[in-house]
Design a protein around this ligand. Structure first.
Ligand code: MN
Length: 227
């Protein structure tokens, strides 16, 4: 029994480490492509996950294949926050590494609308009230920022290392991890909504909140708070 416990303690971190470095995998969704209907449609989900997300993963692996071993052994988060990526594949790590980690987060925060938790509770709600006044004020500020993104980008709710919560915008696929731990990420690239909503970005923003699962965000919050 004692040996078994020691074995699982030593093996587990190795397995986790292996899954989170080159060659990176495309995480499977925890729900079906049509599970987020009618808010995020099946066609958009298929193309977004199996084409865009997959391409970020493929292109990052390709860049690292010709890169240095030290970078092939880094976790995805260490790659996108590193200041020592060589110039010859720095843009690839920024764009494709960012694209991969952002979409890993994006697809991991949803649940079907009939079961997704629609608002936060406990410690996370306390912090949202503390930094934004109320949950409604937080959502309004987040949505206003999302409507202002020009071109392609994201809006994030992040928790900074000093514990403050902030809403930040990032262009393209620039990852937010250098500033803080991401909690909520809204993809404002047209590929995230154009098939269903065309140019009506405001509708995409409204629909996002219907499938965002705050129980998943609370779990992320607890994890980053204790690390
Ligand atoms: Mn996207």
């Amino acid at each position: 029994m004692k040996n078994k416990i020691i074995l699982s303690i030593t093996i587990l971190p190795i397995l986790l480490l292996k899954a989170d470095k080159y060659p990176f995998e495309l995480p499977e969704l925890e729900y079906n492509y049509n599970s987020l209907e009618p808010y995020i449609d099946e066609d958009t989900m298929k193309i977004h996950h199996n084409c865009h997300h997959k391409a970020y993963r493929d292109n990052l692996n390709k860049a690292l294949q010709g890169g240095d071993e030290i970078h092939r052994n880094m976790s995805l988060e260490d790659l996108v926050t590193s200041n020592s990526i060589p110039k010859k594949y720095r843009a690839e790590v920024r764009n494709f590494g960012g694209g991969l980690i952002n979409h890993n987060h994006y697809f991991g925060q949803f649940s079907p609308a009939d079961i997704s938790k629609k608002s936060p509770e406990c410690e996370l709600l306390k912090d949202i009230n503390k930094y934004f006044g109320s949950f409604e004020k937080f959502k309004k500020k987040f949505n206003d920022q999302a409507k202002k993104i020009f071109g392609s980008g994201w809006v994030w709710l992040i928790r900074k290392p000093n514990g403050t919560l902030r809403i930040i915008s990032k262009q393209n696929q620039d990852a937010p991890h250098k500033i803080g731990d991401p909690l909520v990420g809204m993809d404002l690239w047209e590929h995230a909504y154009y098939l269903k909503h065309n140019c009506n970005r405001a509708k995409h923003i409204d629909d996002f909140w219907q499938v965002l699962d705050w129980s998943k965000i609370e779990k992320k919050f607890d994890k980053v708070k204790n690390r």
